[in-house]
Design a protein around this ligand. Structure first.
Ligand SMILES: [Mn+2]
Length: 500
């Protein structure tokens, strides 16, 4: 074991496969209710196609496979090339495994028997993918062609559509592309206790890794070294082979680049004394993610300007969390965060004038162009943010929101206010006849090149409030303390919400 670090979270917990069994039962319950309410027969099969292995362009280099999210939700299968079916009538679940060639055993290892998958994934039956037509026809109790509920629907974050299952012999079935997607998506919005426990673990190991990064960060390091510490900690101690998303390790002015860290900006700047760092990193565990941002000065001591912006964002983060509960609308929370930040910027003399008037002119979106937060689970941006028919707001800032919903008990959602000095937004706003009057030019000038601050935690909504699943130092004193070696407590919590 690495002698310079340790983890209270090692070894990582076993995740009960019952988690996915419960997800299937929940889907079938809701699907039956929906069919029943429109007087349709409670017959047919939900059929999903799992993810396929991908190779790099024309080569045989295989990227590490990660299961398609809806399939992961229902079956928890980690292998590629599977199909999964659930009988709407009986609730029986059937996995279809790819029939692997004999030489698989030479290059890839033992070929597992169907029974292995049956036990591992707690399904009723396992057959091969070339038997789908035959097996489903044999199982079907009704008359005529069996009905398949296939997954087809829009992801409102990516604007991509989920791909309905395809297989040889599909013409022997009736297919329904409309019913499944909204019901399955809504199932994913409200988390079970077992799901919450896994998301909590992803949060715990990622929180601990963020603290590890804070402790080791020094001027003259490279941004990718902070990324490397995070990846090492979550993989070495947490067995997290995947991250929820590409790490954003931004320092100095880069911290105002919202999606920094991509191939053209690969976390490769050298840290300078006096910089702020903005680190948005989250590990994934058993398909479920975390999405955490910490901002701190790379030398471990806040300047008064850094403290001003940091506390403006922290106040917004805290006031939103203390207001969140079922029934509260997310657009209102976004506005509450904006207003809190604008008030702080006014108090800090960066802005002048009436805050309500600033809100009318949407000045908040100049400093926080992204949405306040998003649903989170198997996907970082979990689906279900806009229910069918729900309108996306059109105003600057608000249109970036990934949901406009009212909060519900058992939702998991990120709270991630930020305050950035982005020339591409700041310069036009300072020149605009509607908003130029709000800026104290002399004061703002000092913040050009400051970058930005974001503070992001993962919350789950309870019956009367919410619980912060993210356990990192947030107060200025705590951040400075941890960076100068003070202990940071974190306790095991996989069992806190366990059971069902
Ligand atoms: Mn996020």
């Amino acid at each position: 074991m690495d002698s310079s670090s340790s983890s209270s979270l090692y070894p990582p917990p076993e995740v009960p496969k019952k988690l996915h069994l419960e997800n299937r039962e929940k889907l079938i319950k809701h699907l039956r209710e929906s069919l029943d309410s429109s007087s349709r027969p409670l017959r047919g099969f939900v059929l999903l196609q799992g993810g396929q292995e991908q190779t790099r362009y024309c080569t045989d280099h295989e990227d590490i496979f990660r299961q398609e999210s809806f399939f992961a939700y229902l079956f928890g299968v980690r292998e590629p090339g599977f199909y999964g079916a659930i009988d709407v009538d009986t609730g029986k679940s059937i996995l279809f495994a790819p029939r692997l060639p004999a030489e698989y055993a030479v290059w890839m290892g033992e070929i597992k028997a169907p029974n292995y998958f049956k036990e591992t994934y707690m399904v009723s039956m396992v057959h091969y993918t070339d038997e789908i037509t035959e097996v489903l026809n044999n199982q079907y109790q009704g008359s005529g062609k069996p009905l398949l509920f296939l997954l087809h629907g829009l992801n409102t974050d990516s604007k991509n559509f989920s791909k309905p299952a395809e297989f040889e012999g599909i013409e022997k079935f009736e297919t329904d592309l409309k019913t499944l997607h909204p019901i399955l998506t809504e199932c994913r919005v409200l988390k079970s206790n077992l799901e919450l426990a896994v998301i909590q673990y992803a949060n715990d190991i990622s929180s601990e890794a963020h603290v590890e990064v804070m402790r080791k960060t020094k001027p003259a390091m490279k941004e990718y070294q902070m990324e490397s510490i995070f990846l090492h900690h979550t993989y070495f101690y947490g067995s997290c082979r995947h991250c929820s998303y590409t790490c954003i390790c931004a320092t100095g002015d880069n911290s105002s680049v919202l999606h920094y860290g991509h191939a053209a900006a690969p976390n490769d700047r050298t840290l300078r004394d006096g910089d702020m760092a903005l680190l948005d990193m989250g590990a994934e565990f058993n398909f479920y993610g975390s999405d955490i941002t910490c901002s701190f000065p790379v030398n471990g001591k806040f300047t008064s300007n850094q403290r001003l912006i940091y506390n403006a964002v922290l106040d917004a983060h805290d006031v939103v969390i203390s207001t969140m509960k079922p029934g509260v609308n997310w657009v209102d929370m976004h506005k509450l965060a904006e207003k809190t930040i604008l008030q702080s910027l006014k108090k800090g003399s960066l802005l002048v004038g009436d805050v309500d008037e600033m809100m009318v002119e949407r000045l908040g979106s100049v400093f926080m162009p992204h949405g306040l937060g998003h649903l989170m689970g198997i996907d970082t941006h979990d689906p279900g943010g806009y229910l069918k028919g729900a309108e996306r707001p059109k105003e600057p800032g608000l249109r970036s929101l990934r949901t406009s919903r009212d909060l519900m008990e058992k939702m998991v959602i990120t709270v991630e206010p930020g305050c950035y000095f982005i020339d591409a937004l700041l310069v036009p706003a300072m020149e605009s006849p509607k908003t130029s009057k709000f800026f104290n030019r002399e004061a703002i000038t000092k913040f050009r090149g400051f970058g930005g601050v974001r503070i992001e935690s993962n919350l789950y909504v309870t019956s009367d409030g919410c619980v912060n699943m993210t356990k990192v130092p947030r107060k200025v004193e705590d951040v400075e303390g941890v960076m100068s070696g003070a202990p940071w407590p974190i306790k095991k919590s996989i069992h806190e919400n366990g059971g069902s």
